[in-house]
Design a protein around this ligand. Structure first.
Ligand code: FAD
Ligand code: NAP
Ligand code: SF4
Length: 678
């Protein structure tokens, strides 16, 4: 059944000759951690089946190694033995039963592999792994090629609809194709033809074993983002080679993992790299797929309507909402739970060895464990606090059939998310609030704003949920009541007009965010194209004349309107507690803006002169106009205390429950899990 929709390009089928994809959405490869253990394959099958039922045109698995040496981690998330076929069949049968299609990504980690058996074209260690790879002999290269071919044969046997050969992001094949780490002088190094030979051999031999009715996607590094990356002409040559060697589809890869330019984090503008794919599209005769920071149906539709690509790849957006495509087809795009590109529960988990999930959708990768089933025992519930924890609880509980009233003393829902969304580069947080606003309506939560709840208001409810959040921590410091001292709330709500010289006490997530907020111009220039500003700040050549897209291009970060000191008591450089995959971007962004970041600071006092501190026993005064306190939080338990002894069934969640190490991932997950149980 089809429903009228304004997304005709996105929903158009794609005929590949031997098979037809039902729409233009590819779910890009994401390592979930479920691939790593045989026992987790039933969960992996449920995860993919749910997305197939959500009508994604084609899905790609997380990276599957073609052999032990190519494994990213020491654990065997690979396909190199017949014994591994049955577990992969669980996945393919579940997907096919849900009328979906799935390709297996063959990923050889090369020098990015996190174990001592890693191999690469040359023995050059990567800056992001602790192991130096072994340079392959000619025989060794041949062995790795054969492994790709074996993985393709086994993928076919496992029932996959195709494979994606990973040739980008600085992994094994990409290491051969650029001179950055390929220093070989044999037939696998030197000229472009020699460097590309490995991709050509892998593609043509995989096509040979797979036959013609099997999808082969080649993920090509279209922009290496390294000074000695490939030139555009060389990349086009590689694309033509891939087509001639049997690739069915050409996917876009942007940037090596070691490149110090953000490519998918939340500050990257939506659809920021589709222009690269657009330049490639006329060069080849096979469909091209574009990728990176495409997270709404409108962004995807616009890209396709402009003709930048034949398909769009979205990965994290399908973690955030398995029903993304189905909701578009049914004409309900506003119901999509949007990925805010925070990386907090997906990539940060993957790189810490934890199973991947999603901040806005804690069910992701837990489809067999966390389910929101209709209740048989309808209760009256009061939820105090419409921050992320309260919103998640209220909407899930009401969705299950409970009668839920949600109260907040503010005039809008969202709690601290209303501050987060004001940080330059974190505007996506407002998309999450839009989603929750819709969910509150759809699940018929009785929302009462501008309502400060006291203990006596809660009599008569079967369950009371306190999601009252946090208070900023107050400091005990001589001069803390001085007019110069403000809280981050005063800054972000623009209650205080902040001067030209500012010290920030506390360099956690909020301290960094406040530094970002104060180092951007106070008045945003709406005429400036966000992508142009991004490319200029990070030094990307949009004309594609520079090698790797960056060679010789000077990054031009905007000047901060303020001189800012970001301080912490802990020794060492601030920023160590930030997200694993995004912390470096925050640190670099502030460095670009000239923010002074100092650790090992003792705060002495505040007076008219400024903030007096000492570092290693040496006293100094930061002569600043304002001191912003971002020194963490304490739980708001006021209501919890006054409810004690009243005989109510009370549950405390989110920041009200735990202030240290609190974040929205924790708040949303806790709210959702409690709502699934009650
Ligand atoms: P809150 O969001 O604090 O919500 C509590 C709500 O309770 C408030 O709306 C309040 O008005 C209401 N309330 C309190 N008492 C009463 C009462 N008696 N009656 C009625 N209503 C009441 N987290 C991340 O994970 N990633 C980020 O990138 C991130 N960035 C941030 C940036 C900033 C600038 C800030 C300030 C926070 C950021 N956070 C981030 C933290 C995240 O927003 C919090 O962890 C999360 O909001 C906590 O959710 P909560 O529901 O527990 O509490
Ligand atoms: P936080 O990350 O715990 O940082 C608190 C900071 O205050 C630390 O730098 C701490 O460092 C300092 N501090 C603590 N007690 C102090 C004291 N008594 N005197 C002086 N300094 C003190 O907390 P937050 O910045 O308030 O953030 C709240 C939560 O929101 C965090 O859990 C964070 O994960 C989340 N958040 C996340 C992001 C993100 O990008 N992922 C962004 C914003 C917020 P020292 O003790 O070394 O001085
Ligand atoms: Fe997107 Fe954040 Fe969810 Fe990852 S955790 S899928 S980045 S919303």
């Amino acid at each position: 059944m089809s429903v009228e929709s304004g997304f005709s390009h996105l929903l158009a089928p794609l005929d590949l000759g031997f098979t037809t994809l039902k729409n233009r959405v590819l779910m890009g490869s994401m390592h979930t951690g479920l691939e790593d253990h045989k026992k987790d394959f039933p969960k992996l099958a449920a995860y993919f089946a749910e997305r197939a039922a959500g009508e994604v045109g084609l899905m790609v698995t997380g990276g599957i190694a073609p052999g032990l040496r190519g494994s990213l981690m020491p654990s065997p998330s690979g396909l190199f033995s017949r014994l591994q076929v049955p577990r992969h069949k669980l996945v393919t049968s579940a997907v096919h039963a849900a009328d979906g299609k799935i390709c297996m990504q063959i990923l050889h980690g090369g020098r990015y592999s996190y174990h001592p058996l890693s191999v690469a074209p040359s023995a050059i260690q990567s800056p992001i792994t602790p192991f130096k790879p072994k340079a392959l002999s000619s025989k060794g290269v041949e062995k790795q090629i054969q492994n790709f071919v074996r993985a393709t044969r086994l993928a076919l046997e496992s029932g996959y609809d195709g494979v994606e050969i990973m040739g980008s992001e600085g992994y094994f094949i990409n290491e051969f194709t650029t001179t950055h780490v390929n220093k070989r002088t044999d037939q696998w190094g030197g000229s472009t033809q020699n460097r590309y030979r490995i991709a050509q051999e892998i593609l043509s031999r995989c096509r040979e074993v797979a036959g013609k009715d099997f999808i082969i996607i080649y993920r090509l590094s279209m922009l290496d983002l390294l000074p000695d990356g490939n030139s555009w002409d060389e990349i086009v040559e590689q694309a033509k080679m891939a087509e001639a060697s049997g690739a069915t589809l050409l996917n876009t890869g942007i940037g090596w993992h070691e490149a110090r330019i953000p490519t998918i984090a939340t500050m990257v503008p939506r659809g920021a790299f589709s222009w690269v794919t657009a330049r490639m599209r006329p060069e080849v005769n096979i469909p091209v797929i574009t990728t990176n920071r495409i997270n709404t149906p409108q962004v995807a539709e616009d890209i396709l309507a402009r003709g930048d690509a034949d398909m769009v790849s979205m990965a994290r957006p399908l973690l955030a909402d398995a029903e993304f495509v189905r909701k578009v087809r049914l004409g309900r795009p506003e119901e999509i739970n949007i990925c805010i590109a925070c990386n907090q529960a997906c990539l940060d988990h993957t790189f810490s060895g934890k199973t991947c999930s999603c901040l806005v959708n804690p069910r992701a990768c837990r489809e067999t464990e966390l389910n929101y089933r209709p209740t048989k025992n309808v209760k009256a519930m009061a939820v105090v606090g419409a921050g992320p924890a309260g919103l998640a609880f209220a909407t899930v509980a009401a969705g299950r059939g409970h009668r839920v009233s949600l109260f907040d003393q503010s005039a809008e829902i969202g709690g601290q998310f209303n501050m987060a969304k004001k940080i330059p580069g974190k505007e996506e947080f407002s998309a999450s609030l839009d989603y929750f606003r819709g969910e509150v309506e759809r699940t018929e939560v009785d929302l009462q704003l501008n309502t400060c709840i006291a203990a006596e208001d809660l009599a008569g409810y079967d369950e009371v949920i306190l999601a009252t959040g946090v208070y900023p921590r107050k400091l005990d410091l001589p001069g803390i009541d001085h007019d110069k001292v403000v809280s981050y709330i005063d800054v972000l709500s623009k209650k205080a007009k902040i001067g030209r010289r500012v010290a920030i006490i506390g360099a956690g997530g909020i301290g960094f965010d406040v530094a970002e907020f104060l180092s951007h111009p106070d008045d945003h220039d709406p005429s400036r194209d966000p992508f142009e500003a991004f490319a200029s700040e990070w030094g990307i050549d949009v004309s594609l004349k520079a090698r790797g897209g960056v060679e010789g291009v000077k990054a031009q970060p905007p000047k901060s309107p303020r001189e800012i000191w970001l301080l912490q008591r802990r020794a060492g450089k601030p920023g160590k507690t930030l997200g694993k995959t995004t912390g470096w971007i925050h640190r670099l962004s502030l460095r670009h803006r000239g923010v002074h970041m100092m650790g090992g600071v003792s705060y002495e006092s505040i007076d008219d002169q400024g903030l007096h501190i000492s570092i290693d026993g040496e006293q100094q005064c930061l002569e600043v106009d304002h001191i912003v306190v971002c020194a963490g939080q304490v739980s708001n338990r006021d209501l919890a205390e006054s409810l004690e002894g009243r005989g109510l069934s009370v549950h405390i969640i989110g920041g009200a429950q735990k202030a240290s190490e609190l974040d929205a991932k924790y708040a949303i997950r806790e709210g959702s899990e409690l709502a699934a149980r009650l």
